[in-house]
Design a protein around this ligand. Structure first.
Ligand SMILES: *Cc1c(COP(=O)(O)O)cnc(C)c1O
Length: 433
């Protein structure tokens, strides 16, 4: 039995795959809102390379050798595992595989984009990157990547999360990141908000504003985002390209592929290279995006132009959205509580290439605990969404007797997010909605 399918270091892909070259219909352009020029602000705030990749139409984009080396040094290619103990527990004829992005030193797929973003910034002479973080995974990955490339990193962490999760600040400090509870005294917007309400709990919208303000006011400071944008989806496609090589090695053709979706990056990364085959008419794999029913962007949102942040600092993007002022109930999967979705993932969902599914919080923790007890790995609260759908698909196969091959992206581990599990066992978990 092949429990673990690995690739050698030098099999790390040499190119990122850019699905903009293959979309069935063109991606709608970002727009300014009336009387504002947010596109100009973005151009000032982001690195040149980031912007170039955002609109690039080449099918493949070369990964600089230095970036490939860093991917290898951080343990890539990541292994693909077969979940035989879970299969047995479920008594399903289905085969279940999971791609292990939790094996990254920071515990999730986020480093796959943090490394190239820090690399291009360094190359352009940027001295410091600023960003926001909610749950903390992105701030952690960017802190490490910046330190490896010898630039500074400032992370604005939503104040409530900052206070609830002291270990997240701690780990970012270990990686040499500078972490501030947002709203902070560092920025004009932060000071203004604190003056009106010294006890403001902060929000992702405020944290984005603080991080962007610094980048707009300082020549050598740029702003960095960990999901949603096209260039982040692009960087993550190393996951799916590795996965393709691994499935070929295992002589498997996936029938169903599953990933959770917050801003869309781990889903895009793991599935886009396979969705290409479907667009080309060479595959009938089913692709499932899983989100919390407390933040049902793809299943209940509208496909419309909306801002990427609460305050309207970003241009308007055509995407599935619950409205930029939507405040998701505080479910434990902080990384899935975003009102919008990657415009590319949105388009592919609209066109029927991706089937979205919403699942309830208690049901995802049930699935996460089942997985941990069978396979030994404690999944991140976000990842449990993909596990829920994987188990449900495997149980369907038990009903029908079909021996489907189900492949799931395991986006991260939950060893720094154990609070959600605690509230599950204490019985204090809200089954939001
Ligand atoms: C950030 C995060 C997500 C959600 O973000 P995407 O951009 O949708 O991938 C999912 N899982 C983990 C472990 C994360 O850290």
């Amino acid at each position: 039995m092949n429990y673990k399918i690995t690739l050698d270091s030098d099999e790390v892909p040499k190119q990122w795959y850019n699905i903009l070259a293959d979309l069935p219909t063109p991606l709608p352009e970002p727009k300014n809102s009336e009387g504002k020029n947010q596109i100009a602000d973005l151009q000032k705030a982001f690195t040149k390379a980031g912007l170039e990749q955002e609109f690039a139409t080449d099918r493949y984009i070369k990964i600089p050798q230095e970036v490939r080396e860093l991917y290898m040094q951080m343990g890539r290619p990541s292994p693909l595992y077969r979940a035989t103990r879970l299969e047995k527990f479920l008594n399903t004829p289905a085969k279940i595989y999971y791609k292990r992005e939790d094996t990254s030193p920071t515990g999730s797929h986020k480093l796959n984009s943090a490394i190239p973003q820090a690399y291009f910034a360094k190359k352009e002479g940027v001295e410091r990157l600023t960003t926001e973080t909610g749950a903390g995974q992105w701030g952690t990955a960017l802190s490490l990547a910046c330190n490896m490339l010898d630039i500074e990193c400032t992370v604005y962490m939503v104040k409530v999360s900052f206070n609830q999760k002291p270990d997240r600040k701690n780990i970012m400090n270990i990686y040499n990141g500078n972490v501030f509870a947002s709203p902070s005294e560092n920025t004009e917007i932060g000071r203004q908000i604190l003056k009106e309400n010294p006890d403001h709990p902060g929000s992702l919208g405020v944290a984005i504003s603080e991080a962007m303000e610094e980048a707009l006011l300082n020549e050598n400071v740029k702003y960095s985002l960990g999901s949603v944008l096209n260039h982040v989806m692009l960087h993550q496609t190393i996951i799916g390209q590795e996965l393709k090589a691994q499935l070929e090695k295992a002589e498997e053709e996936p029938d169903v592929m599953i990933a959770c979706a917050g801003g869309g990056s781990n889903l895009a990364g793991s599935l886009f290279p396979f969705i290409k085959d479907k667009i080309d008419g060479n595959s009938d794999t089913e692709f499932i995006a899983v989100e919390p029913s407390a933040c049902p962007t793809l299943t209940e949102g509208s496909y419309d132009y909306d801002f990427g942040d609460v305050n309207g600092f970003t241009p308007m993007l055509k995407m599935f959205t619950l409205g930029h002022d939507f405040v998701a109930p505080s479910v434990h999967a902080g990384g899935l509580r975003y009102h919008g979705m990657s415009p590319i993932v949105s388009l592919l969902t609209k066109e029927g290439y991706i089937s979205p599914r919403a699942v309830h919080q208690k049901d995802v923790f049930d699935a996460g605990i089942t997985f941990a007890r069978c396979e030994g790995i404690v999944p991140a609260p976000e990842t449990t969404h993909a596990i829920r759908a994987t188990i449900d698909e495997a149980l369907k196969c038990k009903q029908t007797g079909e021996e489907k091959t189900i492949v799931m992206n395991f986006s991260g581990h939950g060893m720094l997010d154990l609070k959600g599990y605690a509230s599950y066992f204490e019985g204090t978990m809200q089954n939001a909605k």
